[in-house]
Every structure is written in C-alpha cells, then in structure tokens.
Design a protein around this ligand. Structure first.
Ligand SMILES: CC(C)(COP(=O)(O)OP(=O)(O)OC[C@H]1O[C@@H](n2cnc3c(N)ncnc32)[C@H](O)[C@@H]1OP(=O)(O)O)[C@@H](O)C(=O)NCCC(=O)NCCS
Length: 129
C-alpha cells in the first residue's frame, strides 16, 4: 500500500521527533488515518533509548493529539500497547486516553503469546486550544 503524502490522508504518516534546541532526531511518532473511514485513526510513538525518561514522549504525543484533533479534526483516535509496556500506558493515561480494551494473548511475539491494551480518545474529549 502507498504511504500518504500528507498527514490526514488515509494510511500511516510518520513524524520525526527532534529536540527544539539542536534539531537532533530523537524518535518518531506516527498517525494512521483509517482507510475505510478517514474520521478515525491510530497513533504510535517511539523514542531512542537515550532520550527516554525525560518527558519527551508525553510532549510529542500531546503535540500529535493536538494536531490530530484541533487541525485535522478527527473524531476518534486509538493507540495499542503491549500490556507490559508501562511507560507507553503511562504516556497515554497522562494525556487522558481511556483504556477501553484488554486483549488476552492476541499477539504472538518473540516466542510467546502476549496481551495488548487498546486506548481511545474522542475529539470532543480533547481540551480546546
Ligand atoms: C513509551 C515511550 C515513548 C515513553 O517515552 P518517555 O519520554 O520515556 O515518556 P514520558 O514522556 O512519560 O517520560 C517518562 C518519565 O520521564 C519523567 N519526566 C517527565 N518530564 C520530565 C522532565 N522534564 N525531566 C525528566 N524527567 C521527566 C516522567 O515523570 C516519567 O517518569 P516515570 O515513568 O518515572 O513517572 C518510550 O519509553 C519508548 O520509546 N519506548 C519504546 C517504544 C515504545 O514502547 N513505544 C510505544 C508503543 S505503543
């Protein structure tokens, strides 16, 4: 499948996360606008190991959600995390995302079945700018 050229078009779009002062690349976050219904989407995010634990993940995902809800005006965003990934769950819960599902042994990863959480938030639940 083709990747979209602009964020907000159907498919995954990847954004760089860079430090404000030096423009150093420290990670990425991504938005998938649903191919069937472009009013809903999914986000993902990763920071380089060296830059974790400084609040950058929360800052980046807050900016992404602000863009997705205030600029693109999407109706609903989900995020799926490994149930053992407490850092990722903490980022999403800090930003007000709601844990709506706990999938039991739904993924086979590194030789074992694992659980996942699904988080969600609606545009009307996101604070107005
Ligand atoms: C998940 C992930 C993005 C979280 O990013 P992060 O930047 O570490 O997360 P936060 O922004 O919440 O910061 C985490 C810690 O930094 C602390 N912190 C926040 N602001 C800070 C600051 N200004 N200075 C120092 N520490 C700070 C937070 O209190 C938090 O500490 P705690 O967990 O002990 O409470 C990151 O761990 C990661 O890339 N993991 C691997 C990939 C991954 O799992 N992606 C998610 C898939 S769904």
């Amino acid at each position: 499948m083709m990747s979209p050229r602009e964020p907000g078009e159907p498919g995954w779009f990847q954004f760089a996360i860079a430090l404000k002062d030096t423009d150093t690349l420290v990670g990425d976050c991504a938005l998938r606008v649903d191919e069937q219904d472009p009013r809903v989407g999914e986000i993902g995010f990763t920071l380089s190991r060296h830059h974790q634990g400084q609040g950058l993940g929360t800052e980046a995902v807050r900016a992404l959600l602000g863009y997705v809800f205030n600029t693109l005006r999407l109706h609903r965003i989900i995020a799926v995390t490994d149930a053992k990934n407490t850092a990722a769950a903490a980022v999403l819960e800090r930003l007000g995302m709601r844990r709506e599902a706990h999938f039991i042994e739904n993924v086979f990863f590194k030789g074992a079945w694992g659980d996942e959480f699904q988080y969600a938030l609606l545009g009307r639940e996101w604070p107005k700018p």
